[in-house]
Write a protein that binds this ligand. Structure first.
Ligand SMILES: [Zn+2]
Length: 119
């Protein structure tokens, strides 16, 4: 994992904490359930951002840098996929947070089907 995440993720955590403090000042009589909801909402945002950063940094999802033998195969016929560059892909995670991921897109030279590698 890249060390450039340190500052960025620290900032995300700060946002959650200061956001919660502020929320609590605005809702001094909040019930436990309301506090839980406010915290979950903030944690979900942080979770999504961290997941997105980590996924974008993952070389495992990049067909172009993957070795021939490690390249994903076509689930239909087993042929190694050919890289067709990168495309953005939205993935929805917990609490409806949308991750915008950049993924290598592979095409099967045998049957012509296109895939995003799993992961
Ligand atoms: Zn195929």
């Amino acid at each position: 994992m890249d060390s450039s995440f340190d500052a960025k993720w620290h900032e995300l955590a700060e946002e959650v904490m200061s956001g919660m403090k502020e929320w609590h000042l605005q809702h001094p009589k909040a019930t436990l359930r309301e506090m839980e909801g406010a915290l979950d909402e903030r944690l979900a945002r942080m979770r999504a951002r961290m997941l997105q950063d980590a996924a974008l940094a993952s070389a495992a999802t990049d067909i172009q840098v993957a070795e021939e033998a490690e390249r994903p195969v076509c689930p239909e016929c087993g042929t190694r996929l050919e890289s067709r560059g990168k495309q953005e892909r939205d993935v929805t995670t917990l609490h409806n947070q949308v991750l915008r991921l950049e993924r290598s897109y592979g095409v099967c030279p045998t049957c012509g089907a296109g895939f995003f590698p799993p992961g």
